[in-house]
Design a protein around this ligand. Structure first.
Ligand code: 5GP
Ligand code: ZN
Length: 114
């Protein structure tokens, strides 16, 4: 998807501070961080939203979560805690139509979200 920001980050066409990359996923720091650690973990292939995930993506989704947990560990967040969250659709505030999970940590996080 040539016009997708996250596809362009995955391909290296657009710069980002990448913290992990493998054959399935890429993790990079959010350009507008909402916490001291704010990393986005995305599938390398373009999937527009959680609602577009199929059975074939089960392993991929598991890998995304495990990657977020590993990044949290490398950021020193295991003991203090962290949040992994994905927004889907307009009322959740999804603003980029390429599946992404936010890893947030490094400060006390309010709940429930606004
Ligand atoms: P959403 O609102 O869809 O759940 O999350 C999209 C996130 O992508 C936002 O937190 C936003 O700051 C981040 N974002 C948007 N454009 C870019 C970009 O070009 N580079 C990076 N690193 N993050 C971006
Ligand atoms: Zn994309």
């Amino acid at each position: 998807m040539a016009d997708c920001i996250f596809c362009r980050i995955v391909s290296g066409e657009m710069p980002a501070e990448i913290v992990h990359k493998d054959d399935l996923v890429t993790a990079f720091r959010d350009v507008n961080p909402q916490a001291p650690t704010h990393v986005l973990v995305v599938p390398n292939k373009h999937i527009p939203a959680l609602t577009a995930l199929g059975d074939d993506e089960r392993r991929l989704v598991g890998h995304i979560i495990q990657t977020a947990v590993k990044v949290a560990e490398s950021e020193g967040l295991n003991e203090r805690g962290f949040r992994v969250v994905a927004n889907c659709g307009p009322e959740a505030g999804q603003s980029v139509d390429h599946v992404h999970f936010h890893l947030l940590g490094g400060r006390a996080l309010g709940w429930p979200p606004g």
